[in-house]
Each structure stands twice: as C-alpha cells, then as structure tokens.
Design a protein around this ligand. Sequence first.
Ligand SMILES: C[S@@+](CC[C@H](N)C(=O)[O-])C[C@H]1O[C@@H](n2cnc3c(N)ncnc32)[C@H](O)[C@@H]1O
Length: 388
Amino acid sequence: MHGSRIPPPQKGFPSHSTTLPSTLLSEINVNAPAVYHDFTYLADELVNRTPTGASVAEPDSVIGESGRLYHGYKEGKYFFPNDAAEQDRLDFQHTSITLLLDGKLTWAPMTKAPKYVMDVATGTGIWAIEFANQNPSSQVVGTDLSKIQPENAPANCTFEKEDSEEEWLYSHKFDYVHLRAVFSCFDNPKMVMRHAFQNLNPGGWIEYHDGCPTIQGLNGCLKGEYLLQRWSKLIQEGAKALGRDIDVVKHYKRWLIETGFVDVEEKKLMWPLNPWPRGRNLNMVGRYQQINFSEAVRPVGWKLLRGAGLSPEEVEKLTSEAKREIPDQRIRAFISFYVVYGRKPFEGERKGPVFGEEDREPKLDDNDDAVDDPFTAKVEEYWNRDQI
Ligand SMILES: C[S@@+](CC[C@H](N)C(=O)[O-])C[C@H]1O[C@@H](n2cnc3c(N)ncnc32)[C@H](O)[C@@H]1O
C-alpha cells in the first residue's frame, strides 16, 4: 500500500522518511506563495509521484448514515470512517504531521532505537511501517479497531485488531508507546495511558502527537462568522453529547505526571489549515493539511454534528460550506498540535505523583488559547516580515 523512499539523512533519532499518497493531488494549491522549505525531495515528489498502491478493505465494515464505511468490530465505538477515502486522508495527515515535526517520527529523547514499540490506534499503519523501516532492530506492533493495514509491511512490523481500552495482552513489555491523532478515540483516554504505563519497561517512553479540535486564528484574524469555527464548536458539543470529550490534548501532560511518568515534556505547535505561512516547511505542512482537512470536515463531522442535534441536511450544508473556507489564505487559521512525552521511571527513581493518586493536581499551564511557543513566534515573525 505505502511505497517508501529513501530520504536525505536528518539530524537526530530516527532519520526521516515519508510516503505520499497518490490521490487527490489535483487539490494541491500550486498557486500558493513561494515556498522556502527544507524538504526539497518532497517538492520533487509533488512532480514525480509514484502510485502508493490500493487501500485495504476491512470486510466487516458497516455502511453508515453518511454513506461512508465504518468499523464493524465494536461497531459504533469510533466516530470516523475506515474506507479508502479515509485511508488516503490519514496518509496525507501523516505527511503533514511528519513535516510539522521537522521530519522526525519521534521527539522523545531516546538515545537508541527502542526494542519493542507499540503504535496505539495505528490507522493505515503508515507511522508504524516507517518506524519499522527506519529501525530494523525494533519490533513494532500497531493496533486498531480496523484491520486496514497492508499485508506487505516489513517483517519487524505486525498489526493486531484490538480495542486499546481493553487489557493489553502481550508476552513482553514495550520500550516505546506512540499515540497519534487519538483525541476522539477513547471513552477513557487516561485508562489507555495507564495500560501504556503498565506495559512499558522501566525507562521506556510514551509519546503523544495530537491536535486540539479548536480552530484558531493568528493575530486574532478570526473575527466575524467563520463557519469552520462553528463546525469545530459543534463537533465538540456533539462529542460531549455522545459521552466523549475530544478536547483532551491539553490534559495529556498532567495526566502523564499523575499516572507516574517522569521527564514529562509538552511542546505546542501551530498546524496551519492551508499554506498561508510563507516560511520554511510550514508552507508545505499547510499544503498537505489543506487536503487532509478538506477531506476531514464531512466524515469527521458527521456523527458528531448529528450528536449535536443537526439533521442530515444541516450537516451536509454546514460541512460543504465550511469546507469552502479552508483554502482562503487571507485567514491565517490553525489548530494547536501537541507533542507530549514522558518516561516510565526505574525502580526507586519515582519523582512525580504515584500511579493511582489522581487527586493531586500539579499546577500546570492548561491555557490552550495562548500562542506563545517559539515555533509559533517564528511563524508570526515570517508572516510579519512578508507584510513589510
Ligand atoms: C484519526 S485515526 C489515526 C490513525 C493513526 N494513529 C495515524 O495517526 O495515522 C484514529 C484511529 O484510531 C482507531 N481507534 C479508535 N478507537 C480505537 C480503540 N478503542 N482501540 C484501537 N484503535 C482505535 C481508529 O480505527 C482509527 O484508525
């Protein structure tokens, strides 16, 4: 399914590689402003794409009210589709996120490749496959409710159909647990974090790469009626009505500390909705994000907007109108993207609150609206310079 390509070497661990889906290319905005990104090999790919193969059909899928296909195992638990279009979207999202993370698949300060790796809710398995390819000494397991991962994955990468909220039953513990784009997945996300803690070896790392569903605008540029903001508010309300808080990303740091992890770090990044940023690779990040987001508005929104009380006709109207706003580069819209990681302490090393002592509330900055990280400041700087 996913072709791979040898990228130029990058600094740090592990080296970067990325894979590009072959479809939806016509939607890339070739008229975007000049690109000054570092990923020239990606620009090359944009011109000379090779097909990445077919999506993987999940036989027990069920058709939903939206007309899209959804997972049949534990039917109804996850709100987004699992069909070919969704698989393509996830692969575009992967490319956008990998670029956003400076070409790295992990940011946790690991000094050597972890032996046993778990990719929770792996989706198409694209991250797991790339990690396995880059780290032949690692054994990677990707889990998901849908078996939509390719069969020709590298030998050191396997996939299991399972619900990560249930007990993890493996014959060994893990050295690294990765969770990406899982903000909408779990009834009890902290329980999944505990499963990770219990199934990590001492010294092993957990790492989240996840977005906050609230749409924001740089320099307060989102004034007036922006339908995407309405969409984002309503999907959060709908999720609550269905019993799930999807604005969980900002809690990960505190929850990791409460669960017993140490060396916990949180990095907050700006993930632009289209290629409005002028500088470096953020422009390229935005190109892939524009496609990802355009392909997400309806399928991601459907069940949640229905949960918020909208009729199918209202959902169709809002999603098609909101989708039209995405390419508008006058609006410097973005969502916050978080990288949060922590380490399971060695015996006797424990510094933070002990596992299970949830009552302790460390004083952490939970303010999700502030755009104050250096990365965002840098983008502001590029933008303002372009205006002069
Ligand atoms: C938005 S996708 C992200 C996929 C992948 N992590 C990535 O970043 O490309 C979320 C995935 O989580 C899976 N999922 C949702 N709930 C799950 C659960 N309880 N256990 C395992 N997988 C789950 C879905 O089937 C879907 O493939």
